[in-house]
Design a binder for this molecule. Structure first.
Ligand code: ADP
Length: 483
């Protein structure tokens, strides 16, 4: 029972039925009460005026000693006239059928009239409306003196009208209750169907069926919830797909070096009398593969950390030029070994609140990639400047650039344009993904372009507070991909 009333649908239906019941009670009482009140008020006015007239007529007709036959006095024929003495005994009753002359009438109204005030009262029976008025009247009746005059009027027409009104109101109530009941059933069925659809959809999501879409062809609120759940499903499905792809890519990436390590170690074990030089060569290859495995696992770990949005990162106001300069200095030996040099134009004192390691990693990965893949032109150019309330960090090279069809996927995890070449340069395909995730975590954007003159360009933008432009930028090129 408690469970039944904890349901919103049951509460709503109960509220509708309660409202219908209240309305039915009001409709059944108010109009009848009003009609009765109006009838009684008008009857009171008419009867009061008539009572004064009758009192005057009777006083005149009775003469000094009351000898005249008061029964013959012509007053309104529908009225019954009673004259009561101060003890409450009826001295005269004009009704011949139920004549009560001689009996006593000690009612509250009589007492009021005896006290000198007119008293009106009414009573509704199934046959008629009975109105009575009592007022003080000293009229001689056969040597006795009356104290109160009572006039009673019966209105059968008014009673019939009230009965008719009651019947009409009853029909209206039955019709209204039926309409409310139908409305309640209709609302219940609609709510029931919508909630059932939503609950079924939610159970499908809970089971992991992210392809399921809830039918949003329902009432506005339910359609909104349905749309929200469908969007949630799409996000879940995309995340699930990314996770599956990542796991499959990661296992694929790990499989190759592991297979190489296994092959080389098996060769050493199974080849008797292998000469030392050959063993050293095999072990060097094994060591290289282990380095590669280490790079992959640390890349995956970095990405897992970046994916964890609940992780708190320590931020500080960083001078971006100082970080970029440190990275250039750190990579200078690699550039030299590759036969190129790093040239940089860095606007100093551009401060950005971020984690030092993240910014260092972003700059390092981009400059290292340009040395690895674009040092053909013997120069890697690094720029840092402010523009449009953003810090722009740009790395240009004069290499082969990135094939336009690969620009879209360049920031995907484990994506490499030329797998063989990337493998030769020790690439894992995680460097740019780490850049993209780190930049996003800082609230910035990263974009890859091919320069018109050849070579690749990577642009990172960090949002800055409102500071005036201080530009030191390279020539503009088009055709890029954002992350
Ligand atoms: P990797 O570890 O293989 O370098 P990244 O995610 O850093 O992985 O880069 C992904 C791929 O993008 C690389 O394999 C390379 O093919 C391409 N790439 C990155 N930077 C450049 C660049 N400056 N010029 C040309 N290609 C690049």
């Amino acid at each position: 029972m408690r469970k039944l009333f904890s349901s919103a649908t049951t509460k709503l239906i109960s509220a509708i039925l309660l409202a219908a019941l209240c309305l039915a009670v009001c409709i059944n009482t108010l109009p009848v009460w009003l009609a009765k009140k109006m009838m009684v008020t008008s009857a009171e006015t008419l009867l009061s005026a008539e009572a004064c007239n009758v009192s005057a007529i009777l006083t005149t007709a009775s003469g000094e000693n009351g000898g005249t036959d008061l029964m013959n006095v012509s007053v309104a024929p529908a009225n019954r006239i009673l004259l009561i003495d101060s003890t409450g005994q009826i001295l005269l009753d004009t009704n011949t059928e139920y004549n009560r002359t001689g009996s006593y009438m000690l009612t509250k109204a009589f007492m009021t009239a005896l006290d000198g005030e007119a008293a009106f009262f009414s009573d509704l029976t199934s046959e008629a409306f009975h109105y009575s008025i009592m007022l003080p009247a000293n009229i001689p009746v056969e040597n006795r003196q009356s104290a109160v005059l009572c006039i009673t009027q019966s209105d059968t027409n008014g009673a019939a009208k009230i009965a008719e009104l009651r019947t009409k109101v009853l029909y209206l109530t039955i019709f209204m209750l039926a309409a409310f009941l139908l409305l309640g059933v209709w609302i219940f069925l609609r709510l029931h169907r919508s909630t059932k659809t939503l609950l079924f959809g939610m159970s499908e999501i809970r089971k992991g069926n992210f392809k399921y879409r809830i039918d949003v062809n329902a009432d506005q609120e339910f359609a909104q919830i349905g749309r929200g759940l469908n969007e949630l499903c799409e996000t879940f499905a995309a995340t699930d797909e990314r996770r599956r792809r990542f796991v499959s890519d990661a296992s694929h990436e790990l499989k190759t070096p592991l297979a190489t390590v296994k092959l080389l170690s098996d060769s050493i074990i199974q080849t008797p009398n292998m000469d030392r030089e050959e063993i050293v060569e095999f072990l060097t290859d094994i060591s290289n593969e282990i380095d590669r495995l280490t790079r992959i696992s640390s890349g995956m770990l970095s990405l897992a950390k970046l994916d964890d949005t609940s992780r708190a990162v320590q931020k500080e106001a960083l001078d971006l030029a100082a970080v970029a300069e440190t990275v250039c200095r750190m990579l200078a030996p690699l550039a030299k070994a590759s036969g190129c040099q790093i040239r940089h134009e860095l606007t100093p004192k551009i401060f950005f609140a971020a984690n030092y390691d993240s910014i260092y990693q972003i700059f390092y990965n981009l400059i290292e990639n340009s040395i690895k893949y674009g040092s053909k032109g013997k120069e890697v150019r690094v720029f840092l400047f402010e523009r449009d309330h953003s810090a722009h960090f740009i790395v240009d090279d004069d290499g082969d650039g990135i094939p336009p069809e690969d620009l879209k996927r360049i920031f995907d995890r484990f994506y490499r344009v030329d797998k063989a070449r990337a493998r030769a340069t020790g690439g894992t395909g995680l460097g740019l993904s780490i850049v993209a995730s780190s930049v996003k975590a800082c609230g910035g954007t990263v974009e890859a372009q091919n320069r018109q003159g050849g070579g690749a360009r990577f642009i990172v933008r960090f949002p800055l507070p409102n500071i005036s432009d201080n530009t030191n930028e390279p020539e503009s090129d088009k055709g890029g991909e954002n992350a």
